[in-house]
Design a protein around this ligand. Sequence first.
Ligand SMILES: [Zn+2]
Length: 146
Amino acid sequence: MASEVLKLTAQIVISHASMSELTPDQLVGEIKEVYNLLASLEGDMILPEVPEPLIGKEEVRKPPIPLKDIVKEKYVVCLECGKKMRTLKAHIRRTHNLMPREYFNRYGLDPKKFPLVCKEYSEQRRKLAIEKGLGAQRGKRKTKTA
Ligand SMILES: [Zn+2]
């Protein structure tokens, strides 16, 4: 395997040397360079393993607050900074630069169990949605609006 690479290296360097004047030092340098390149391309040289990118595989953090305490009647608690607010959607995006999905992933939360809005707020939204739904399309069951 290596001899094949060596042959190729020689051919490349010879053809290059025939076109341009190279000092002995330059020639040696070029041989090394070309050889290494070819060898690495062929897989002859052991290249360090490139670890898989960690994008989207961020380690799940342990929520700093007991999960039963994060979604309350009047507020939800931000797990990033502990702030209490009626809805976290805009907050986590603006303050922590997180999309809801990233936020849920980060803490391993189930979005269905841990909404980003307090119970009161989601109840209001639900009622509104039902009212709208009833007005717009009577008879059709539609309770879910995102
Ligand atoms: Zn926060």
